[in-house]
Design a protein around this ligand. Structure first.
Ligand code: PGA
Length: 249
């Protein structure tokens, strides 16, 4: 599974260019069974969805956020609205930018995850440690705390976790793929033991993934894909990463 997170980027002109360069680069000879999602700014859901279907591109739309059961306020997008916009499969929840700049804590994030479940939307929950926590060797402890929102929850089959070390997002710095693999195994074990239905979730790596380093991450046993910010804004770069994943099956 490969997810593009466009954050606050994009324009009408960019959509056309993105689709053109994605199609140009995408290798259709490969096994194309990898699930591909794009999370654009919500103002582009309709237009991007039209372009995807007109060009027969096998990509699903994903939301970057959801209001939460108790926070359906001005500016927020509820699960019901996402379904109206046909964004009914996946939603990113708890990105570190939301945790840091919008003060989203575990309680708020749990509320959002529950709203996803109630609308049959699969959450892609982002977890990860800061640089300080990493240097104090507190990574697993921090991640375990963030995953506690699944305690006593029956979670959907498609629930996905994105391991995104905060210090690797948009910095060009990446952790050692072997360390990432160990954290992914840890995440799978924790979610399995916390959730009521013992789900073993897919775990994506996110943080400065590019066409240059993607293969190293995808070669690791417990890395099920990637959540990609910067490198997803260019259709050709994103297609190259998708080709790498499809070529490794
Ligand atoms: P990046 O962003 O790929 O630009 O590091 C990843 C993310 O924030 O999800």
């Amino acid at each position: 599974m490969i997810v593009a997170n466009w954050k606050c980027n994009g324009s009408r002109a960019m959509l056309d260019e993105w689709v053109r360069s994605y199609l140009n680069e995408k290798d259709i000879q490969l096994d194309n069974s990898c699930l591909i999602l794009i999370a654009p700014p919500s103002v582009f859901f309709n237009e991007l969805s039209d372009k995807i279907s007109k060009n027969n591109i096998n990509i699903f739309l994903c939301s970057q956020d959801i209001a939460g059961m108790t926070r359906k306020h001005t500016g927020a997008i509820s699960g019901e609205l996402l379904i109206e916009m046909n964004v009914d499969k996946f939603c990113i929840v708890g990105h570190s930018e939301r945790r840091l700049f919008y003060k989203e804590d575990n309680q708020i994030i749990k509320d959002k995850v529950v709203e996803c479940f109630q609308n049959k939307i699969n959450p892609i929950l982002c977890v990860g440690e800061t640089e300080g926590e990493n240097s104090l060797a507190n990574t697993k402890e921090m991640i375990e705390k963030q995953l506690r929102i699944f305690e006593n929850e029956s979670i959907s089959e498609g629930t996905t976790i994105a391991y995104e070390p905060v210090w690797a997002i948009g910095t060009g710095k990446t952790p050692n793929p072997k360390d990432v693999n160990e954290i992914h195994k840890f995440i799978k074990d924790v979610v399995q033991s916390l959730s009521l239905n013992s789900l073993n979730p897919k775990v994506l790596y996110g943080g400065s993934v590019s066409e240059k380093n993607a293969k190293q991450f995808f070669s690791e046993e417990f890395v099920d894909g990637a959540l990609i910010g910067g490198a997803s804004l260019d259709g050709a770069s994103f297609a190259k990463i998708v080709n790498i994943k499809n070529g490794m099956k």
